[in-house]
Design a binder for this molecule. Structure first.
Ligand SMILES: O=CC(=O)O
Length: 328
């Protein structure tokens, strides 16, 4: 629909520069405060807007999509993961879905490394000591962590983010292994010096650190289930910067409590911010509030991607970051 100002509803507050640009280009409704919209508000928005810009805190399921009017043509998600959107239902209703891949890659990979080092080098424990003023000076046997250099890192999901983690891990001297539905092309694998495992079970059993970097889809739900978690070496550490649903959180908590897994660094949880309370009590766990992609630069670039997706659609083309059900 060229030469027409599209009506766009955005469900959360975004960086100022992004909101300003959206106002220049579209007939946009922005949020006054940052509270997530209620389901009913989203349903209403989907009846009056051409484009909805939701985020991962909005559950755009089939029931909600059934309430969308004929007007809604595009869901331009602010974020890379689209597991909160029923992409199949949207397609059946002729609603396009787009996301913001690429711009969250490096920030999320940085956070995976930060979590890995936090867990293995006990950084939060060191910080707590300093804050409690209980440090009484250097001692050879105090604050002993584990070295990551020379250790085996198993990356589960070798897409953009997995590969960015691999490059960082190589720079830290780790041996990189990965499991992915599809094996990487030989030259990509060689450049990353990464070893492919066809069997996830076999890889899991041999790694010192596991990093979860696959998206959450029906086939990755609880990929790290109780049985597989039991295959981990008791000295192994698990890092998750992807989606909580890939790990059975209760089984992980049990394994950590029982000493069957040495530690975990988690940025994401199975039930959003409703975290298994027992996880909080564990000393060998570093928990972060889903901040893997949280840099101002990244958030602005995500906004630029959303705008490009909407603008391209407004010009009568497919959004560059269209998500199709078959891609999941
Ligand atoms: O988790 C963040 C994203 O999906 O962009």
């Amino acid at each position: 629909m060229p030469n027409q100002r599209l009506s766009v509803v955005v469900t959360r507050r975004l960086p100022d520069v992004v909101e300003t640009r959206l106002k220049e280009l579209f007939d946009v409704e922005l949020r006054e405060d940052d509270a997530p919209m209620r389901r009913e508000e989203i349903a209403q928005a989907m009846r009056r807007a051409d484009v909805l810009v939701p985020t991962l805190t909005d559950d755009i399921d089939a029931t909600l999509l059934a309430q969308a009017g004929d007007r809604l043509k595009l869901i331009a998600n602010y974020g890379a993961g689209v597991d909160h959107i029923d992409v199949h239902s949207a397609r059946q209703r002729g609603i396009l879905v787009a996301n913001t891949p690429g711009v969250v890659t490096d920030d999320t990979a940085d956070m995976a490394m930060a979590l890995m080092l936090s867990v293995t080098r006990q950084i939060p424990q060191g910080l707590a000591k300093m804050q409690a003023d209980t440090w009484r000076g250097w001692s050879p046997m105090a604050n002993l962590g584990t070295r990551i250099g020379g250790k085996r890192l198993g990356i589960l999901g070798m897409g953009r983010i997995g590969q960015a983690v691999a490059r960082r891990a190589r720079a830290f001297g780790m041996q990189v292994h990965y499991h992915n539905r599809r094996r990487l092309r030989a030259e990509v694998e060689d450049a990353l010096e990464a070893t492919w495992w066809e069997s996830l079970d076999q890889m899991v059993a041999r790694m010192d650190v596991i990093s979860i970097n696959c998206p959450h889809t029906p086939s990755t739900f609880h990929l790290m289930n109780a049985r597989r978690l039991k295959l981990l070496k008791p000295s192994a550490v698990i890092i998750n910067t992807s989606r909580g649903e890939v790990i059975d959180e209760n089984a992980l908590t049990r394994g950590l409590r029982a000493g069957e897994i040495a530690g975990a660094g988690l940025d994401v949880y199975e039930r959003g911010h409703d975290i298994n309370p027992r996880l909080r009590e564990l000393p060998n766990v570093v928990l972060l509030p889903h901040m893997g992609s949280a840099t101002l630069e990244g958030r602005i670039e995500m906004g630029e991607k959303v705008i490009l997706n909407i603008k391209t659609f407004a010009d009568g083309h497919r959004p560059p970051d269209q998500v199709l059900p078959g891609m999941l």
